[in-house]
Design a protein around this ligand. Structure first.
Ligand code: UDP
Ligand code: MG
Length: 313
């Protein structure tokens, strides 16, 4: 069992793999480490290259996924197979520099649970097209999550196993691991790390992932707040709708009785009936969501809480 696990996802990176591993091993030589490289269904020679690396060095453990599942799933697989107390995630395309790993670990020694890399000099000369959107996205994520980091998108970050082990990773949500960790009471910080543009292969994402990131963000915020009590969300919206129905009905009746306007002369009856339907559906959705939540916990034999420490148990 190694003390430090470095987990890296690999998709069509064959050309750079030898250089990347060489740099990694150099940066890690002073530690008790393992490298867990996950081949995420690459269509080039990445897997062959990885097997060469594994044959060269027993610290290097490699996993071949059946097909391409995406970066988050690849990282997730690597985390599941890792054994270290500290887990470092790093991209394999040489955009992150392995030489920054010792700096992250040094910061970790000050008692942090997460040390996040903040890529410097990333979008030189591309202020409007790349830097500004990225700046705004990071600000927005910080604002919504209440966790303040400059660079969520940077994969290079260090985590204590304790805080990352319970994080459930779906979709493209690896960016939000620090947010989960913080929500669970972890201590997090960030340090600047180097950044270099890819020399080999090509990026798998364009600029237009911002909407996906935002949708994911809404989802995790929702799940954090209402996962264990969905009725309060749906039921709340339902009650609000029924309240609108009540007001609209009361107004319509008032106009009718006072002889000012007949029912058909105002939109109020239509508003009342639409919100009546919305209200009922919302409350029914709340009931469904509660049933699903209960099924989720009871079928998995898990509980809606995680224990931090135990004494005499
Ligand atoms: N990656 C992966 N599966 C994918 C896409 C990417 O494992 O489906 C890996 C890729 O090899 C790289 C990292 O995830 O190490 C980041 O991918 P990429 O460089 O394409 O993203 P960008 O740096 O442009 O955000
Ligand atoms: Mg990259």
């Amino acid at each position: 069992m190694a003390n430090l696990s470095v987990v890296t996802p690999i998709y069509n990176e064959a050309q750079g793999i030898a250089i990347f591993f060489e740099k990694l091993r150099q940066a890690l030589s002073q530690y008790d480490y393992e490298i867990i490289a996950v081949n995420d269904g690459s269509r080039d020679n990445s897997w062959e290259e990885l097997k060469k690396e594994a044959a060269r060095d027993k610290h290097t453990k490699v996993i071949n996924l059946k097909r391409n599942y995406g970066q988050t799933a690849a990282l997730n697989a690597g985390i599941q197979y890792s054994t270290g107390d500290t887990i470092i995630l790093i991209d394999s395309d040489l955009e992150n520099n392995p030489e920054d790993i010792p700096l992250l670990l040094k910061k970790m020694d000050e008692g942090y649970d997460v040390v996040s890399g903040w890529r410097q000099n990333r979008w030189k000369g591309q202020f409007l097209t790349r830097k500004l959107p990225s700046l705004m996205a990071n600000k927005l994520i910080s604002k919504i999550s209440g966790v303040f980091l400059h660079d969520y998108g940077c994969t290079l970050k260090a985590y204590k196993r304790d805080v990352i082990k319970d994080v459930k990773l779906y979709g493209q949500m690896h960016r939000f691991i620090p947010i989960y960790c913080k929500w669970q009471g972890g201590k997090i910080t960030e340090i600047p790390v180097r950044y270099e543009h890819r020399k080999f292969g090509k990026s798998n994402y364009g600029l237009f992932r911002i909407h996906k990131v935002l949708l994911d963000l809404v989802l995790i915020k929702f799940l954090d707040k209402y996962m264990y009590r969905p009725m309060h969300f749906f039921g709340g919206a339902g009650i609000l709708s029924l309240f609108v129905t009540f007001i609209a009905t009361a107004l319509a009746v008032y106009f009718k009785v006072s002889g000012q306007k007949d029912f058909v002369q105002t939109p109020l009856p239509i508003i009342a009936s639409i919100f009546l339907v919305i209200g009922i559906v919302m409350i029914l959705l709340g009931i469904m969501a509660e049933m699903q939540m209960r099924t989720h916990f009871e079928s998995q034999n898990t509980y809606p809480f995680t224990v931090k420490e135990k004494v005499n148990l």
